[in-house]
Design a protein around this ligand. Sequence first.
Ligand code: NAD
Length: 236
Amino acid sequence: MGAVFITGGSRGIGAACVRACAAAGWRVAFTYRESRAAAEQLAAETGAIALRADMADGAAVARAVTQAEQALGAIEAVICNAGIAEQKLFQDLTDADWQRMLEVDLLGAVRTIRAALPGMLHRKRGSIVTVSSIWGQTGASCESHYAASKAALIGLTRSLALELGPSGIRVNCVAPGVIDTDMNAVHSAEIRAALAADTPLGRLGTASEVADSIVYLCSSRSSFVTGQVLGVTGGF
Ligand code: NAD
């Protein structure tokens, strides 16, 4: 098991990925934006290294990947998890709202992959996992910029799977349904109950259930899987 680079690892699905990858024997580097205390605590708990990088800052992302390679050796897997969500009517969304969403949810992944790719191309080996959303597949009312960014991530994933497959690099996507993290803490108890009721398995998913699928896609157990979008949705 080599080194894995995870974006947005200080909480939620990213933190679950840090824990699951460390438990599976990966050497782990993860980024955080602001939550230094939480990141340092998670690093101490798992033996991972925590690196500060805002996904909207290309130089910071590239620097974090270089620091991870220097500390842990060749990066064998990348998990593009960092993301933001926002609920607004389409007609209330400004250019700035669209730009912020695309900067983090789409270009953050682009920048991370671009920084980690030279090493993977050199070794002709690697696994990249993007974290989209079921809303990127179905569309989402009052979240058009989020859904559009997440749909774009699926296009990016499938395109890179075609482009990088001949170089031995696999690229897959996980599309979670409604997962019980801080991202959904904005919803009222009624809305969360309605979302659970709309989910065939009758509940929200957990961050670690998403992380387990991501770890599978990073690992050699999925060595003939590329260009796929794996729904972790409870059947939603
Ligand atoms: P979360 O809000 O708990 O965590 C998001 C993470 O992204 C945090 O660690 C945060 O620091 C990081 N992040 C946000 N903006 C950043 C920036 N500019 N630079 C660096 N890091 C930044 O949310 P989560 O539920 O753990 O979501 C993780 C991923 O899963 C996101 O991409 C999200 O869109 C996706 N997702 C979540 C759900 C869900 O129901 N929770 C469903 C589908 C997809």
